[in-house]
Ligand binder design. Structure first.
Ligand code: GLY
Length: 350
């Protein structure tokens, strides 16, 4: 079991190991007594993991209330958010009670936002059950819901009280969901850690789960300690995401987030080499590891289509677009690219 301490506006621990869900109640008893626990989850995760979590919590003496919503991004709405708030109010939760977000990114984001808003803030614990949620969304306190105008348009920075990553839960993930998480893991290697990148290149899908998940969380912990509120260096975590979001939008969200990010990373790497930010060898190594994980390195849209959806993403851009550009494996820069140059930059990476 590994423990990572996060120092942000609230300090908390992230625990990474095996069999954690079976000992959830005992684990929480070390920190919480006499409180009610609301477990918020989705229909898929409820099927695989809710019984184990609830059994452990009730055996440890917690009074448990469960709220499960239909799995998937379409549930990440104001409507589900309000249902969670009403569920907490109907069950008389107070600020000395506890919420658990048991699931992937959608569960973590919406539950975290409900925790931030209910009674102006009630403690919550993230128990991520996808690779992507373990290495990214469960750590760092970004919470959100989608609005009809776009994804994650309403939310808050609200740090969890603890994050528990039970590696055993990854065993029930569909292969494509696991692969999506691998794109984010590879991202950390390209951004910050050539040893992590080398391990992923050498081992492929057989990478050491405990080492890799722990290392990604340590890297994210360092970013969050430096820039909790995303005004500077935290932007680097968006490597591949600006183009990735355009790919997702052009596909009407039929291409998954991880696949879109992988293609975004590949495009930005080729463009970086073409514009001499990095060598062609660096770009080739990045594309080769993405391919080894069966992730896409091309997209079915033109640079013009990507450019237009990037421009319509008004949330992000002014006269320049900050792109995260590889310089070498383990070293990337935030480079402002003028909007007029954006399409030719993307074209160079297609
Ligand atoms: N998912 C990117 C971040 O936490 O900033």
């Amino acid at each position: 079991m590994n423990i990572i301490n996060v120092n942000a506006s609230k300090d908390y621990r992230v625990i990474v190991g095996f069999g954690i869900l079976h000992h959830l109640g005992e684990q929480l008893r070390t920190q919480y007594t006499d409180c009610k626990v609301a477990v918020v989850t989705d229909s898929n995760v409820a099927f695989h993991h809710l019984a184990v979590a609830n059994e452990s919590l009730t055996s440890a003496g917690f009074q448990v209330h469960t709220f499960a919503f239909p799995a998937g991004e379409p549930s990440k709405t104001a409507d589900t958010f309000l249902q969670i708030l009403n569920f907490l109010a109907d069950n008389h939760f107070t600020r000395s009670d506890l919420i658990i977000a048991l699931g992937g990114g959608v569960v973590g984001d919406i539950t975290g936002f409900a925790a931030a808003c209910y009674l102006r803030g009630i403690p919550y614990i993230q128990i991520p059950t996808t690779l992507l949620a373990m290495v990214d969304s469960s750590v760092g306190g970004k919470t959100a819901i989608d609005l009809p105008a776009g994804k994650n348009l309403a939310g808050a920075f609200y740090q969890p009280a603890m994050v528990l990553c039970d590696i055993d839960t990854l065993a029930t993930l569909p292969e494509d969901v696991f692969r999506d998480g691998c794109a984010e893991v590879i991202k950390y290697g390209i951004l910050y850690d050539c040893d992590l990148f080398a391990h992923l290149s050498e081992k492929g899908f057989n990478f050491d789960r405990q080492y890799v998940i722990t290392r990604c969380i340590e890297l994210k912990r360092d970013v969050v300690a430096e820039d909790e509120f995303d005004t500077g260096l935290r932007q680097k975590l968006n490597l591949g995401h600006t183009i990735g979001h355009a790919i997702e939008a052009n596909s009407s969200y039929q291409i998954t987030h991880g696949s879109a990010v992988a293609a975004g990373i590949a495009i930005i790497s080729r463009a970086a080499a073409a514009w001499q930010h990095c060598t062609w060898d660096t770009s080739r190594r990045i594309i080769s590891v993405l391919s080894a994980f069966h992730l896409p390195t091309k997209c079915p849209f033109s640079s013009e289509q990507l450019y237009h959806s990037m421009l319509s993403d008004k949330k992000r851009f002014g006269k320049t677009v900050n792109l995260i550009i590889p310089n070498a494996i383990g070293n990337c820069n935030i480079i402002p690219v003028a909007v007029e140059q954006l399409q030719s930059f993307i074209e160079a990476g297609m």
